[in-house]
Write a protein that binds this ligand. Structure first.
Ligand code: ATP
Length: 370
């Protein structure tokens, strides 16, 4: 079987790179991806199941795709790979694509995709993420393996839980036992009290200017590429964000109400400027260690997000990493206090398209696709 690199080279050998189409599943952050692709001069393709998405996209003419691929089921994308390649398509992935196709199918999808799809393997498991982040010098919340050892607030997370659904807080074993669903796999993490910041970075391996990431271990002494901070958001979560309005945790428990962490939206935030060097250190560490995850790893490429809590001692704890565009970036369509300082990008979607365009101009498309 051809290695990932051989497979990509084979596909790109047949591509007319002056006619690249940016393809995206019409969900999650697709509006900004399509809009950004158009701003950078690409043809665009929306992929959807059923017809009703098309109508919604008509409400946003700046992002409406030039063409549509309408399917009965997202898994049909796998069968349409050749059709997509004949249109010189580059797929830009997001959380919904990976969820609809499944991580394994996404890795097998026979169409060039933006970023390093193999890194998803590391993102998919909490344990692997932890190893990756710690290798990069990030503090991560302590994990409690035996529920009897719970002594102080912890958050219990289910495997594959989406957007915080079903998570709960426990102070001791009794709380844990009262709320846990033993049928599900779970992780118990120390609850970090502080302020949440979801740092959205972009790593571009091609430029040799700007904030350069220094390699570690096997890449010692090597500058790996440019790190940018594009935007920072925070999630709105029901009902934990508004919980305090009804009284203390004890009052709420008397009313049989437990805090929950279901994402309902996002808001844009900025960090104290004096915290930015530490934010960059974490971003740099996560990128540098992504090249050391396995033999010959291609590392992080493109947008990624470090979900952090900053405590009142101004320490960062990173509780999750996403190795792709996150939906929180939708708050920054039109720019952010960070992107605007760089003048040329007005969304993470456009930054992706620009990365692809520059790579085409430099004949280095293979460096940003997989
Ligand atoms: P997604 O995959 O959509 O990013 P998820 O379901 O994996 O989300 P997390 O992002 O890990 O969930 O956590 C959901 C929410 O729970 C966070 O946004 C945060 O509010 C809270 N949270 C998670 N871990 C911790 C922690 N260790 N301490 C305090 N709060 C936490």
């Amino acid at each position: 079987m051809a290695s990932g690199d051989d497979r990509l080279s084979g596909w790109l050998a047949d591509y007319d790179t002056s006619q690249v189409t940016i393809g995206v599943v019409a969900s999650h952050s697709a509006l900004q991806i399509l809009h950004g692709a158009r701003q950078e001069g690409f043809r665009t393709l929306g992929i959807a199941v059923g017809e009703n998405r098309r109508k919604m996209y008509k409400a946003f003419p700046g992002a409406e795709p030039d063409d549509w691929l309408v399917l009965d089921d997202y898994h049909q994308m796998l069968d349409e790979a050749e059709w997509l390649r004949t249109r010189n398509t580059v797929i830009v992935p997001h959380g919904s694509l990976v969820e609809y196709l499944g991580a394994e199918n996404y890795i097998d999808l026979e169409v060039p995709t933006f970023g390093n799809r193999r890194i998803l393997k590391w993102e998919a498991s909490r344990e692997a993420q932890r190893k990756w982040l710690q290798m990069g010098g990030c503090n991560v919340p302590r994990v409690i393996t035996d529920p009897h050892d719970i002594a102080g607030p912890v958050i219990v997370k289910y495997e594959g839980a989406k957007g915080g659904k079903g998570y709960f807080v426990a102070r001791d074993y009794r709380d844990f036992r009262r709320n846990v669903d033993v049928e599900e796999e779970f992780t118990i993490q120390e609850y970090i009290l502080g302020t949440r910041y979801y740092l959205q970075f972009f790593f571009d391996p091609i430029p040799d200017d700007g904030y350069q990431v220094d390699g570690i271990d096997s890449n010692r002494g090597k500058q790996l590429g440019r790190l940018e901070l594009l935007t920072i958001d925070r999630r709105d979560e029901a009902n934990v964000d508004e919980f305090y309005k009804l009284g203390s945790l004890r009052d709420l428990r008397e009313m049989n109400i437990e805090p929950s962490f279901v994402v309902t939206g996002n808001v844009e935030v900025v960090l104290r400027e004096s915290l930015l060097p530490e934010a960059f250190r974490l971003g740099e560490g996560a990128v540098a260690s992504s090249f050391e995850l396995e033999e010959g790893a291609r590392g992080m490429i493109g947008p990624f997000c470090l979900e952090c809590i900053v405590t009142d001692n101004l320490d960062f704890s990173v509780f999750e990493v996403s190795a792709r565009i996150v939906a929180g970036s939708n708050v920054s369509v039109g720019g952010s206090p960070y992107m605007n300082l760089n003048e040329y990008d007005n969304s993470v979607g456009r930054r992706i398209a620009r990365c692809i365009r520059k790579a085409i101009e430099k004949d280095q498309l293979h460096a940003v696709l997989s």
